[in-house]
Design a protein around this ligand. Structure first.
Ligand code: DAT
Ligand code: MG
Length: 150
């Protein structure tokens, strides 16, 4: 158990369907802390680097075409065991098999168009955070009291 930062991305289908707010709310509600947020349409180069591990898979070209098809929302979330906590919020790859209550279980009917990405381990998280947040993430800690009272 330790503090981790994980990379999460709302894919083009999640952005087009207007699910960004709902998705961010789930991570905030859980107790994770948002330390990076960017909206961009990924370049071919960025998409290919991100999914390089899948380059030999039959679905790779479709995956790259999909992820570069429009804006995504890239995020970095911090907390204890953030990588597995985020994966549990997201749910398994195939939306039809994902349990309701997970993001994919609630919103996805497909294995390719499955709304959201989350890093699957410490090495992947470090690689993906460096790729999508080359200038680094944000340093801040929660201090709600000082925001409520001047
Ligand atoms: P995950 O996103 O759950 O980590 P993954 O790393 O195995 O899943 O695959 C990356 C993405 O590739 C996945 O979110 C959707 C797509 N994908 C995976 N398997 C697929 C398949 N059999 N057909 C089409 N797209 C697939
Ligand atoms: Mg994966």
């Amino acid at each position: 158990m330790g503090i981790q930062t994980t990379f999460v991305m709302v894919k083009p289908d999640g952005v087009q369907r207007g699910l960004v707010g709902n998705i961010i709310q789930r991570f905030e509600n859980k107790g994770l802390r948002l330390v990076g947020l960017r909206q961009l349409t990924p370049s071919l180069e960025l998409a290919e680097s991100h999914y390089a591990v899948h380059s030999e898979r039959p679905f790779y070209s479709g995956l790259i075409e999909f992820i570069t098809s429009g804006p995504v929302v890239a995020m970095a979330w911090t907390g204890v065991d953030a990588i597995s906590v985020a994966r549990n919020i997201i749910g398994p790859t195939n939306g039809r098999e994902a349990t309701p209550g997970t993001i994919r279980g609630d919103f996805a009917m497909d294995i390719g168009h499955n709304i959201i990405h989350g890093s699957d381990g410490e090495d992947t998280a470090a690689f993906e955070l460096g790729l999508w947040f080359p200038d680094g993430t944000i340093e801040w800690t929660r201090d709600a009291e000082s925001q409520i009272y001047e």
